[in-house]
Design a protein around this ligand. Structure first.
Ligand code: FES
Length: 96
């Protein structure tokens, strides 16, 4: 099971999730990383769920067109749209 490590405002939260978990879907049902994860549309349209991947990026698929459109240059700095990620491996994320 993937372990998700989530940093926000100087705090660190960590939990195992089911394979192919989507953190925005989980937050929507008030599961980890709720209430700490910021998000809104869940559809790749608002970029409110943007997080910087600290480790585990090598296991993620390439950014889709929604991420490219919303994140632009931030993609090169490791940012992804959390709502567009279905996690299969351990990952460490940071959200501002
Ligand atoms: S929640 Fe809106 S882009 Fe992810």
């Amino acid at each position: 099971m993937p372990t998700v490590t989530f940093h926000k405002h100087g705090q660190t939260y960590q939990e195992e999730v089911q394979p192919r978990a989507n953190l925005v879907v989980r937050a929507g049902i008030k599961a980890f990383p709720y209430p700490h994860l910021k998000y809104e549309c869940g559809m790749g349209k608002c970029a409110k769920c943007a997080t910087r991947v600290i480790s585990g990026a090598e296991h993620l698929p390439p950014p889709n067109w929604k991420e490219k459109k919303q994140l632009g240059d931030r993609l090169e700095q490791g940012w992804r749209l959390t709502c567009q990620l279905w996690l299969e491996h351990d990952i460490e994320l940071e959200q501002e």
